[in-house]
Design a protein around this ligand. Structure first.
Ligand SMILES: Nc1ncnc2c1ncn2[C@@H]1O[C@H](COP(=O)(O)OP(=O)(O)OP(=O)(O)O)[C@@H](O)[C@H]1O
Ligand SMILES: [Mg+2]
Length: 455
């Protein structure tokens, strides 16, 4: 009988230790170590089909047809994956419970099946009948989709070997277990090894594998972080509680950009694409509130108008509060300091709250100027004239610096009916074409406040 040994493993990074430790030496996280039971015998790759051993191949002779992309017909999904599902690639989809992971993968499966790519949908959480119920609600009744309710890795691999689908979905990886390994399903060792075997199997058999991963309350994909290393693409599906909007984004993509986002709306008939996210993010905007401003952001290759909201109010605390939702906290602090020193907006005794409406996150420095204008607008209680959008980076001296893709931002603002745009003077000088919006070039944050500050 195999000797069984008890060890401890970090749920965040997978580091193991023969005894329990409070702080993980690998990632520095506290209280992440859990008990793992592992076999003290050499690991067997049980259940894997017998593949021929790999041999070195000259680069020029490697056929590049091996990495074919198949679009699933959902434009927002295809954009995030970098132009379609890559054959034999492994993708990990993470997201909060009930956000719609199973829904989007079932809808993507329909698109792939329609392209003649058979899909094996393995659910470890729901029975075939439950998946079928969802499929009926979504109107997915296409041939080429095979359902299997299974949690045993060996049985999943043998079914996939027999069926040889083009794509396999495993929903979720935390429910899969291998009888070769001790430990309960969902434990660090099981999740890591089962994911590695599924990815290995997919690569060798030419099957694209989608793994669904649960997200911990801290927001990381539950199970060892190594899961993110062994897959080719890591996608996150996010959304605000109570909002029907969902955002799909790639945080890692070996075959494409990680800047793209896909926007969906959750409806009874499933997730529908939001082709005009700018309209969606601005739909509830009321133009007569001080401290709110529209910023033309760039997400990947697409422009997106978002509303930046600031609330500045007198603080009764010894250390005034600073809260940032949807923008980098440090940038908010930086902008507060610049406003104080370079534009005479005294925020040192004020509580400052910043939010980006719609639950989206903005990481560009191009949002600096909009942030400054929103903060100053709230402090002075001035409403920005309607139809005004603002973008530009702000340096520590208060100078307004050029940002990339100014034309794209201006076109989007014009398309959405904006008539005035406050932008860096250096961007305005370089613009080639005429734009159907009034340009307000500025060189200093003070100048921007007087142009966008309103009454
Ligand atoms: N009849 C319905 N009408 C509208 N929305 C629905 C309906 N049924 C389900 N939903 C939506 O679908 C969501 C569940 O989707 P789904 O099962 O794909 O999520 P999930 O991320 O796979 O969840 P889990 O983590 O539990 O597996 C619900 O939270 C709800 O928003
Ligand atoms: Mg699910």
């Amino acid at each position: 009988m195999a000797k069984v040994k008890v060890e401890f493993a970090c749920t965040a990074c997978g580091t193991t230790s023969p005894k329990w430790v409070g702080k993980c030496p690998g990632c520095g996280e506290w209280n992440t170590f859990v008990e793992e039971v592992s076999a003290a015998q050499p690991r067997q790759r049980g259940g894997l089909p017998d593949f021929p051993a790999s041999k070195p191949v000259p680069l020029a002779e490697v056929s590049d047809t091996a990495a074919v992309r198949t679009t699933c017909g959902i434009a927002e999904f295809d954009r995030v994956t970098g132009g379609g599902v890559v054959s034999a690639a492994a993708d990990l989809l993470g997201g909060d419970p009930g956000i719609g992971k199973s829904t989007i993968l079932l809808q993507a499966a329909r698109g792939l099946a329609r392209q003649g790519k058979p899909v094996l949908y393995v659910s470890g959480e729901e029975s075939e009948a439950q998946v079928k119920l969802r499929a009926s609600r979504l109107g997915v009744a296409d041939g080429g989709i095979y359902l299997m309710s299974e949690t045993s890795l060996e049985r999943i691999l043998s079914a996939a070997g027999e069926l040889s689908p083009a794509v396999m979905v495993v929903d979720s990886i935390q429910t899969v277990f291998s009888s070769d390994l001790p430990g309960a399903p969902g434990s660090v060792g099981q999740v890591r090894e089962c994911a590695a075997r599924l990815v290995f199997f997919g690569k060798k058999a030419g099957i694209s594998v989608f793994l669904v991963g649960h997200v911990t309350k801290e927001g990381a994909i539950a199970g060892p972080r190594v899961l993110e290393h062994i897959v080719d693409t890591v996608l996150y599906f996010e959304g605000e509680k109570g909002h029907p909007y969902r955002i799909l984004k790639a945080v890692k993509n070996r075959f494409g950009s990680t800047n793209e986002i896909g926007v969906f709306e959750m409806r009874a008939e499933g997730l529908t694409e939001v082709a005009d996210p700018s309209g969606m993010f601005l739909s509830e905007r009321s133009g007569d509130t001080s401290g709110t401003l529209v910023f033309p952001a760039i997400e990947g290759t697409r422009p997106l108008l978002v509303e930046i909201q600031a609330l500045v109010s007198h603080s009764f605390l010894p250390m005034p509060r600073r809260t940032a939702l949807g923008v980098d906290f440090n940038r908010v602090i930086l902008m507060c300091a610049i406003l104080e020193r370079k534009a005479g907006v005294g925020l040192h005794d004020q509580d400052v709250f910043v939010n980006v409406a719609g639950g989206i996150r903005i990481d560009e420095p191009a949002a600096d100027l909009a942030l400054c204008c929103a903060l100053a607008g709230s402090f002075r209680d001035r409403v920005v004239p309607p139809g005004t959008a603002v973008f530009g980076e702000v340096g520590l001296g208060g100078e307004v610096r050029a940002v990339p893709m100014a034309e794209m931002r201006l076109n989007e603002a014009a398309k959405m009916g904006f008539s005035r745009v406050v932008l860096p003077a250096s961007n305005a000088e370089r613009l080639g074409a005429k734009f159907p919006v009034e340009l307000q070039p500025v060189r200093h944050v003070k100048e921007a406040l007087s142009r966008a500050g309103g009454k």
